[in-house]
Design a protein around this ligand. Structure first.
Ligand SMILES: [Zn+2]
Length: 598
């Protein structure tokens, strides 16, 4: 594995679009710090009428925009190399600055919410731009605390983020994997190589040995990681109680603008109805690989390993453009920019964050992080991340900074939508049974497995954790291990042996530090599945609806956004129909496999 300093420049993203150099960055820090102090000095205790309200919100909006590149620059530079001392210190400094500014300016929300309804309506009328922002504030009113308490909480902001940072430090800086041995041969192991390569390795001895070595190292850190996580949960619980929410679920779903019913339905229906379909898929994998038994360590293997085309970064560009061409010329132009202007960090190096993500700083272009393995299925990973990029590229351009970001419930819809479009494109351009089987098995093994199985089982486990916390309890490593194991056993039944080490899977997911995030993957993909089917049937009108949904950003609730695209998520119909669709894909895989075997 290369060091960050050794990777090729053209495989890295270009952060100079945020700041050309460190000096410019430092000057920006100075500037926002002074601006925040000036706003506090001028307006604190003085937001008493709509004219002043508009004035202060305008300044706050401008300052928020200036904070965007600062936060992104520090986070993105750290994400490509968590072992980088300078990046660590820079991020810590920015975290403190953010807390300081949030504390200084917490009076704005507090004082706006002390205005009577009439004055707030006047403020909205004077500046239509802020009407959505004010509506969102009013919604928060019942849970708002005394101004001095809000200020104190804001001042502790970066401290409350500590568990997540500790989690990352344990995982990406401290945890060092030794080589593992199989039949006298030694193989290198790291977090990224395990999740990107060894889990998919087709040699069963090597794959299972890698799983054991990986799990053993996780186990060394289980108590620290559990304690860190428990601290995070306590922070969420304390805040929920202080603000007077009925339960921690209500508190966490509040910003998502989602009822608990929608949340529970997603978890309950999938765990019961999708399980038999996925067990059938596991059996198919077992049969085609001639495995005596199917274990948890075998679930990520491709159905047809001798048919995993390799793909270069340059080739991926054409795949993106062809696969997503249905989204139109403007979208294509954005994809070109993503490659030409180095929005994407492809390199594999020590200390890089695992998985892939997209960050879309308001007022700038999106950034995508991925660790390119050259496996063809990276086409789907890239299409996914570019789906986030396309979403915020449009939403950021159409909406002001307060209105651009939609509910978390909807976040994974545009990304998984692109995976579906990519699959549809690949399927329609080939009559080769083997290629078709590869595409369908990739959608199952990646798109649906990832969003409807991995993340959903995380959500089912997470719900159990929050039930304990909600009742005033605590968690430790043995409780978390048991909860995780139970969820896996329930889902896979006797189709898959839940190998020793599988119970530690909860240690692998940073999403647990982001509230009720895991379940939203399946919610987003439910919407994406339904809309991608609409696009196949109706073409342009469905595409236009979708582009308008993306542009709407956060101006609508997730239920309304889905409605705009023709999907009614207040009923269980879309989810049932998606599960039906997955079932039909597994059936097709079985048929194609039989056909190919003959
Ligand atoms: Zn995503």
């Amino acid at each position: 594995m290369l060091k960050r300093s050794e990777v090729k420049l053209e495989e890295t993203w270009d952060l100079t679009d945020l700041f050309e150099n460190e000096q410019q960055f430092e000057e920006a820090l100075q500037e926002v710090s002074e601006e925040a102090t000036a706003i506090e000095a001028k307006f604190k205790g003085k937001i008493t009428n709509s004219t002043v309200a508009v004035e202060v919100i305008t300044l706050y909006k401008n300052l928020s925009e200036k904070l965007v590149p600062i936060g992104n620059y520090s986070q993105l530079s750290l994400s490509v190399d968590q072992t980088n001392d300078t990046a660590q210190m820079r991020a810590a400094k920015v975290g403190q600055l953010y807390s300081k500014i949030s504390a200084q300016l917490s009076f704005i929300t507090s004082e706006l919410l002390q205005l009577d309804e009439e004055t707030l309506t006047e403020t909205k009328n004077k500046s239509q731009d802020f009407s959505h922002y004010i509506d969102k504030l009013i919604r928060k009113k019942p849970y708002q605390l005394h101004p001095e308490v809000e200020k104190t909480l804001a001042a502790f902001g970066s401290i409350f983020e500590a568990p997540y940072e500790l989690y990352n430090t344990t995982k990406l800086v401290d945890m060092k994997f030794e080589n593992f041995e199989v039949n006298g041969k030694s193989y290198p192991l790291s977090y990224n190589s395990f999740e990107g390569d060894w889990e998919l390795e087709t040699d069963t001895d090597i794959r299972r040995a890698a799983f054991t070595a990986f799990s053993n190292k996780l186990r060394d850190y289980q108590h620290t990681t559990a304690k860190t996580y428990d601290t995070h949960l306590k922070i969420e619980k304390t805040e929920s109680d202080l603000r007077g929410f009925n339960s921690i679920f209500d508190s966490l779903l509040f910003d998502q603008q989602v009822d608990k019913e929608l949340y529970d339905r997603q978890i309950d229906l999938i765990t019961s109805e999708l399980a038999p379909i996925m067990r059938k898929y596991a059996k198919l994998l077992q049969k085609s690989h001639g495995l005596e038994k199917m274990t948890f360590a075998d679930l990520k293997i491709p159905l047809d390993p001798s048919y995993e085309p390799k793909i270069s970064i340059e080739e991926s560009r054409q795949y993106m453009k062809d696969g997503l061409s249905v989204l139109g010329k403007d979208y294509q132009a954005m994809l070109d920019r993503a490659f030409d202007e180095r929005w994407i960090d492809f390199a594999q190096n020590i200390g890089k964050s695992t998985g892939a993500f997209c960050s879309s700083p308001y007022g700038y272009h999106p950034y995508v992080l991925i660790s390119w393995t050259s496996r063809m299925n990276e086409v789907f990973v890239l299409a996914h991340e570019l789906g986030h990029a396309g979403h915020f590229y449009l939403a950021n351009a159409e909406q002001n900074i307060f209105n651009a970001r939609p509910s978390l419930y909807f976040i994974e819809a545009p990304s998984t939508m692109n995976e579906m479009l990519m699959a549809n494109h690949l399927l329609s351009n080939s009559n080769d049974a083997r290629f078709k089987r590869w595409v369908i098995s990739t959608i199952i093994a990646r798109t649906y497995y990832h969003n409807f199985v991995t993340h959903l089982l995380e959500a089912a486990y997470q719900r159990k954790v929050y039930e304990i916390i909600n009742d005033g309890g605590s968690v430790n490593a043995s409780i978390l291990n048991k909860l995780k194991r139970d969820v896996l056993v329930d889902f896979w039944g006797d189709a898959v042996e839940i190998t020793e080490g599988a119970e530690l899977t909860w240690m692998r997911q940073p999403h647990y530090y982001m509230g009720l995030y895991p379940y939203t993957y399946s919610a987003g993909l439910t919407i994406a599945t339904e809309v991608s089917q609409r696009i196949l049937k109706e073409g342009t009108p469905a595409v236009n609806d979708w582009i308008n949904v993306l542009k709407a950003g956060g101006t609508k609730t997730p239920v309304e956004l889905a409605q705009m695209a023709g999907v009614d998520v207040t009923t269980d119909q879309p989810l049932r129909s998606t599960i039906q669709f997955i079932s039909s894909l597994v059936d097709q895989l079985e048929e194609l496999t039989t056909q190919l075997e003959n």
